[in-house]
Every structure is written in structure tokens, then in C-alpha cells.
Write a protein that binds this ligand. Structure first.
Ligand code: ADP
Ligand code: MG
Length: 352
């Protein structure tokens, strides 16, 4: 792998859960992020996927220093950035920029496009000499495929896809090294999603960017991610190269997410078993014991309630390196047979 640009270790973010107004008492914690480890290589794209409420946006905010973690470290080019303040924090924030999910609400409707894209220079005046800003803003619009003549228009005069281009231009203004894109295309029409993803892809090569690309849908990440991390209830449950995750998922949660991805080929569709997840993601204030996915898992056995599965390459695969030999936090990741049997019973086909 390329030299790491971000190294995340033991990352935790718990929000206090309080009761009462006069006497605020802490009665628990929302475990939004609950022990996350990953590495992002320079020039690489890590796709982070998982259902809504799994803690993806919280990870994004922690990476961009918009929130401070409860525990854990985030190393940017070797330096832990979680305890920085003042000038050093500001310098790091310049280098790790966020592109937000919703281009409809993340752009101030009263500001012109030129002011929106140039706003980072107000916060970081050292990044661009005052006389140079207009020229830079026009160049940024050009870079993201918008007509520089639009600088004086307002967000409502643009389509959803164009608005996200404006958000991307703003994200690039300070020439960051890392971009954290939090569901950047989820609010867009399917027809526009690919255009924005292609733009991000092109910009990555052009500006030597490293991406953390967050999505709730595995199919969106496939084309852009080199590696994928699947999150469930505040933790990464499976991670590996793009092809390992899509072609050889070993965690039941990943298998369920993949079975929901539309398959264009009708023959392949015919042969695929659909896994319907029962129930919702449990509340992060009340995380199940042992494996946190067990309450919705068709493979779950008694051991799963007792033992927290570590995110590691399953023992059975360690001796034989292949696409299935990637980290998976399931006690039965290597137990394909058991998985198939349980799944076909679940689907009402009897023991298979
Ligand atoms: P995702 O982006 O995967 O949908 P989030 O990171 O937004 O997930 O949220 C994870 C969990 O943390 C959710 O249950 C959410 O309600 C909770 N959460 C997020 N931000 C806060 C906050 N500021 N205070 C309390 N709980 C929060
Ligand atoms: Mg989110």
C-alpha cells in the first residue's frame, strides 16, 4: 500500500445522554463511534458504507476536526491531530476538507457562488492574497466543470448536481490533501450521481487527493473505492480491497447489504439469494453484548452473545491467502456452509 496519510486507531465518540433540565444528569451515552481503526494511503480512496445511524458522519466530523474524539488517535502524516489547538489545528483543518451530503442545505442561499467558493479564504486569509481571490474562485469553478461566468449567481439558480460541484469547488479552495466526502451524491438523482463521482475521480488524479468516501449504498462506492470499510453500529465489521468485499464478503452484514444492491443481469439475479435483514439497527445507547450485529443475524449462535468478535482475518483463511482472507468481525466468517444452511432455512427453502 501507498504511504499512509491518515492512520486512525481506537477512535471513539460517545455523546452523553442526559435527563432533566434543572438538574442535568448523565444517564448513559450514545456510542456513535465505538472503536474504529483504519488507514488511508496517499492517493487512495477508502469507501465507508453502512446503514443510516451507523456513525459514518461522526467519523467524518472527527477526521475533519469538527468534533473531538472521546478516545483514540487520528494521525495525519504521522502526527496525532486529536489534541491540537490554535494555529496547528487550523493548519490541519486546511488540509483535511469535507464535502457535505446535501447540496440543498449546505450552501447559504443568500451568498453568491463566488462568495461561497471563496469563503474558505476568509477563514484562512493566509491561503490566498486578497487580490488573487477572484481569479482563484473562477479557476475553481472551471476545475469542477462550471462556467466561471456564474460567480455572481445564487445557489437556487443551479441544479442539484451543479450545487454539489459548487460544494466540491469550495472543498478544493484551500488545496487540501484529504477530502472526506460524506454521502456526496445521496441527495442527487441517479442520473447525476455518476457525473459527480466521475468528477471526484478526475480531481483525485489531477490534485493528488486522498479520499474517504462515505455512502449508505455499496453500489455507489464500488466504482470509486480502492478499499472498503463496512460500518455497523459504531464499528467497522469488515474491510478489504474493493474486489474482496464485493466478490467475497464474509461478514453477514456485508452479505445482507450486497444482496440489496440491484443486479442488472437477470440471470445473475435469478441465482442470487436475497437476504432480508429483520428489524432496525439497535440504538447506539443500548449496544447488544458480544457481537453487535447478532440481534439481526441469521448465523447467530450462543457464542455471539458472549464474545465480541475481533476485526481480523479469519483463522481458517490465514494459511491460504485469497480474496476471502481479509479482516472480518464475525466468529463464523470462515463458516460458509453454516451460513448457507441458515440462510436457506430463513428463506423458507428448508435445509439446503
Ligand atoms: P450516519 O452518518 O451513519 O447515519 P451518524 O454519525 O450521523 O450516523 O450518527 C450515529 C449515531 O450517533 C446516531 O444514533 C445519531 O443519532 C447519534 N448522534 C450523532 N450526532 C450526535 C450528537 N451530536 N449528539 C447525540 N447523538 C448524536
Ligand atoms: Mg450521515
Amino acid at each position: 500500500m501507498a504511504e499512509p496519510i491518515l492512520e486512525v486507531s481506537g477512535l471513539v465518540k460517545h455523546y452523553p445522554l442526559t435527563r432533566g433540565v434543572l438538574f442535568r444528569r448523565q444517564v448513559g451515552a450514545v456510542k456513535a463511534v465505538d472503536g474504529v481503526d483504519f488507514t488511508l494511503g496517499r492517493g487512495e480512496t477508502l469507501g465507508v458504507v453502512g446503514e443510516s445511524g451507523c456513525g459514518k458522519s461522526t467519523v467524518a466530523k472527527l477526521l475533519c476536526s469538527l468534533e473531538r474524539p472521546t478516545a483514540g488517535t487520528i494521525r495525519f502524516k504521522g502526527e496525532d491531530i486529536t489534541r491540537l489547538s490554535g494555529k496547528a489545528l487550523k493548519a490541519v483543518r486546511r488540509n483535511i476538507q469535507m464535502v457535505f451530503q446535501d447540496p440543498y442545505t449546505s450552501l447559504n442561499p443568500r451568498m453568491t457562488v463566488g462568495d461561497i467558493v471563496g469563503e474558505p479564504y476568509d477563514i484562512h486569509p493566509e491561503a490566498a492574497p486578497k487580490g488573487d481571490r477572484r481569479r482563484r474562485v473562477r479557476e475553481l469553478l472551471d476545475v469542477v466543470g462550471l462556467d466561471p461566468e456564474y460567480v455572481n449567481r445564487y445557489p437556487h439558480q443551479f441544479s442539484g448536481g451543479q450545487r454539489q460541484r459548487i460544494g466540491i469547488a469550495r472543498g478544493l479552495a484551500l488545496r487540501p490533501e484529504v477530502i472526506v466526502a460524506d454521502e456526496p451524491v445521496s441527495a442527487l438523482d441517479v442520473s447525476v450521481q455518476a457525473q459527480v463521482i466521475n468528477l471526484l475521480d478526475r480531481l483525485q488524479a489531477e490534485f493528488d487527493l486522498s479520499y474517504v468516501f462515505i455512502a449508505h449504498d455499496l453500489s455507489l462506492v464500488r466504482h470509486i473505492a480502492d478499499r472498503v470499510a463496512v460500518m455497523y453500529l459504531g464499528r467497522i465489521v469488515e474491510t478489504g480491497r474493493e474486489s474482496e468485499i464485493y466478490d467475497h464478503p464474509t461478514h453477514p452484514y456485508t452479505q445482507a447489504l450486497l444482496s440489496a444492491v440491484p443486479v442488472p443481469d437477470p440471470e445473475a439475479r435469478e441465482h442470487r439469494e436475497r437476504i432480508i435483514l429483520s428489524g432496525d439497527v439497535p440504538s447506539p445507547t443500548d449496544v447488544p453484548s458480544g457481537c453487535r450485529f447478532r440481534t439481526r443475524c441469521w448465523k447467530a449462535r450462543e457464542r455471539c452473545a458472549r464474545e465480541v468478535p475481533a476485526l481480523a482475518v479469519p483463522e481458517d483463511f490465514r494459511a491460504a491467502p485469497g480474496p476471502a482472507a481479509h479482516p472480518s468481525a464475525c466468529h463464523f466468517a470462515a463458516d460458509e456452509q453454516a451460513g448457507r444452511r441458515a440462510q436457506s432455512q430463513l428463506n423458507g427453502n428448508g435445509p439446503g
